[in-house]
Design a protein around this ligand. Structure first.
Ligand code: GLY
Length: 410
């Protein structure tokens, strides 16, 4: 297969490395590359039409999309029009992530358990809706806000103030509509399901370490680390299976005609399972840990999906956990002090047998520099892997390096 991968972060770096292992891969092209562009040929482009045309000229069979924004903007619709297969939702189904009210309606329609909520579009609606909550509700922008559109207020006054900021355009059109949602407490997990229009197959759950600091303190981030698989009780496993069969049923009844990924952001409150959100892509950094563990050929899985033969795929995982640690830049998530030179990546990989993935890295002829808040990922599989990951984290050197010290199985 000739595959074009869209996206430039550590998730896409991991996807690229995994696909490059496949015997079924004839050629990998990269669009929007980050510092891993040395892995394969890059296609430069102006817009999705230009990219699809160039992909067609290069006989690309399949587009694999990493991040959410191009999905919501319709990249898959364009490629399908050009007769190129895709792994990624079309713009209609990308709304499960890009329009939170659409996702809530979907859950309500199919009896999928989610936190009670109110959709709010104006100050008047806000005054009315907020009175329905016994405690300050979580505030969510309905649209895509680059992972920053969720706020957990401590008081009703704060809830009102922040809701107004959202409605008045803090995230542009993405927060013209907001959701107020009852705050839930419990344990979060990320489950990635593959969908080929007929069959739903899910990976075991992964755990994302969302808070900036140890012991789940500090502000929310895009994720500071991940472990795979999560530890679940028998009762929780049963609940999860029940939920996944409901999800499949909902997709079948809705005639969800797309080939891609559904990421269920879930929370166990005691043993009750709630959906916090849907994303239509793999989670970053969770998939980096999952891919270390996955035994299957990823290109073969994608190939089967495009032929609606996902049913034939038996997902297999190694009998040992895998981990991903994020090295971030001080100031993250608000205003990271980027531009710092990064040293010792190669020696960390050599000494400790880890893989280093580029999240926010720019390079010139000789050196690597941090270019966004999450800079590098260190991944490894196996029971002793964490020791090596943390030694590698010490070895890698850049000014203002920060990371959590408590990534472990949960
Ligand atoms: N790690 C959370 C996300 O990918 O949205």
């Amino acid at each position: 297969m000739r595959i074009l991968l869209f996206g430039s972060g550590a998730r896409e770096h991991a996807l690229a490395l995994k696909m490059l292992q496949s015997k079924k891969l004839e050629k990998l092209y990269l669009a929007q590359t980050g510092a891993f562009s040395n892995l394969s040929e890059v296609i430069e482009f102006d817009d999705f039409y230009d990219l699809a045309k160039k992909a067609k000229d290069n006989k690309v069979d399949l587009l694999v999309v990493g991040p959410e924004l191009p999905l919501a903007q319709g990249i898959c619709d364009v490629f399908l029009d050009f007769g190129i297969k895709v792994i990624g939702a079309n713009s209609n189904w990308a709304r499960l992530e890009a329009q939170k009210d659409f996702a809530k309606d979907f859950m309500k329609t199919f009896g999928i358990k989610t936190s009670p909520y109110e959709v709010v579009k104006s100050l008047q609606e806000l005054e009315f809706a907020i009175r329905k909550f016994d405690n300050p509700p979580v505030i969510k922008a309905c649209g895509l806000a680059a992972g920053k559109g969720v706020f957990i207020p401590k008081t009703f006054d704060e809830a009102k103030k922040v809701s107004l900021e959202f409605l008045e355009g803090k995230f542009g059109v993405a927060s013209e509509k907001i959701i107020l949602e009852k705050r839930l407490y419990g344990r979060e997990l990320s489950v990635f399901s593959l969908w080929d229009g007929v069959e739903l197959k899910s990976f075991k759950p992964a755990c994302d370490f969302k808070k900036l600091l140890d012991n789940d303190l500090g502000p929310n981030t895009g994720g500071m680390g991940a472990c795979f698989p999560c530890v679940l009780t028998q009762k929780q496993k049963k609940e999860l299976d029940l939920y996944l069969s409901k999800l499949k049923n909902a997709l079948v009844i809705s005639n969800a005609e797309f080939t891609g990924v559904i990421y269920s952001g879930l929370m166990f409150c005691e043993d009750d399972l709630y959906v916090l959100e849907y994303n239509m892509r793999f989670g970053d950094p969770e998939i980096q840990a999952v891919l270390e563990n996955l035994e299957n050929d990823l290109v073969e899985i994608f190939d089967k999906m495009t032929k609606k033969e996902l049913k034939e795929v038996d997902l297999k995982f190694k009998d040992t956990p895998s981990y991903c640690l994020v090295l971030a830049q001080n100031g993250y998530p608000c205003s990271p002090c980027t531009g710092q030179e990064i040293k010792n990546i190669d020696s960390a990989e050599e000494k400790y047998g880890v893989k280093v993935l580029f999240a926010g890295v720019k390079k010139d002829d000789k050196s690597f520099f941090s270019s966004s808040g999450r800079v590098l990922n260190i991944v490894k599989l196996g029971r002793g892997a964490l020791d090596d990951i943390y030694k590698a984290a010490e070895e890698i050197d850049f000014l203002g390096k920060i990371y959590r010290k408590d990534i472990n199985l949960r």
